[in-house]
Write a protein of this length. Structure first.
Length: 296
């Protein structure tokens, strides 16, 4: 039987099964980010200390935009809007508005085989740069060899708003040098100064990217929702629902760690429109990211 513990002093949820082969740690005050994850007795997401969450955005949900908006400024339906600049070095807005919001636990379903943790964030106040209200519903569905991250956004305001979505997990490898990413893409984003998208370039398909000593902060337009991460100890498969699928990979200043980020848009999407969606009042957008693991 799965068990759920709410550590109220830190507002953290811990989820685990009876044999402790599955474990998850969710930080409710940090955007309900899943900062630790073990599947099939293999730790695949681990604490990034001493790197702080304020710079890593570890496992954060990215909304209303993933990645960056140049100068924090964009135009939509004839109006100009200005986000707060929270990436001071680049003078950009970074990773949306909910990574530091407090989510509420609204339900849990615990069985012998699965645990579903249902969380919610309700935004009732309009914010600088995004004068809209919305509700985010987030389900984590844990199983022995998989996790589903089910995300839905409801537009509760009276106006249509633009958005992209993303998830920012970091994965641990026993040897990142010997690990690789496998995905199907014909186009890679050209990233210029301040990590802003400047265009796309054609690349070979059926990509197998050996990590080795490469520093990555790269984005690809995917032809398929399937992404594989092969490591010496386990193989991981990403799948996503929806039509706009992008892959962002980033190697932080921490050994044997890589961010593999599924997103529905790219850097500066509010201006370049790549992957940009809109959501009408009372409508809902839903997406599910699924991770499946196989131990080697």
């Amino acid at each position: 039987m799965y068990a759920l513990q709410h550590i109220k002093a830190q507002n953290i949820l811990e989820v685990k099964n009876a044999k402790a082969s599955v474990y998850g740690k969710i930080y409710l005050d940090e955007g309900a980010s899943l900062q630790e994850l073990k599947l099939n007795n293999k730790a695949i997401i681990q604490d990034l200390s001493p790197l702080p969450y304020s710079t890593t955005y570890a496992s954060s949900i990215l909304f209303p935009f993933a990645n960056r908006i140049k100068d924090g400024s964009y135009e939509f339906e004839g109006e100009t809007f200005q986000f707060n600049i929270n990436q001071k070095e680049e003078q950009n807005a970074l990773h949306g508005l909910v990574y530091n919001k407090t989510f509420q636990l609204v339900n849990s379903q615990l069985t012998a085989d699965t645990a579903t943790i249902s969380l919610e964030y309700i935004e009732k106040k309009v914010s600088k740069g995004f004068p809209y209200t919305y509700t985010i519903k987030l389900d984590y569905v844990f199983a022995e060899t998989s996790i589903d991250v089910k995300l839905s956004v409801v537009n509760t305001s009276t106006k249509t708003f633009p958005f992209t979505l993303g998830w920012h997990p970091y994965f641990t490898s026993a040897n990142l040098y010997e690990s690789k990413l496998i995905f199907d893409s014909k186009e890679k984003l050209i990233i210029g100064a301040r990590n802003i998208t400047e265009g796309t370039t054609t690349i070979k398909t059926n990509n197998a990217l050996k990590i080795e000593d490469n520093f990555l902060d790269d984005c690809w337009i995917l032809n398929s929702d399937k992404v594989l991460f092969e490591t010496p100890e386990y193989n991981l498969q990403f799948n996503a629902t929806g039509n706009n699928n992008f892959l962002q990979a980033y190697t932080p200043p921490k050994a044997n760690t890589i961010a593999i980020e599924p997103t529905t848009g790219v850097s500066n999407s509010f201006n370049n429109k790549i992957g940009l969606n809109t959501l009408k009042p009372s409508e809902t957008y839903a997406i599910t990211w699924t991770i499946t693991i196989q131990n080697n």
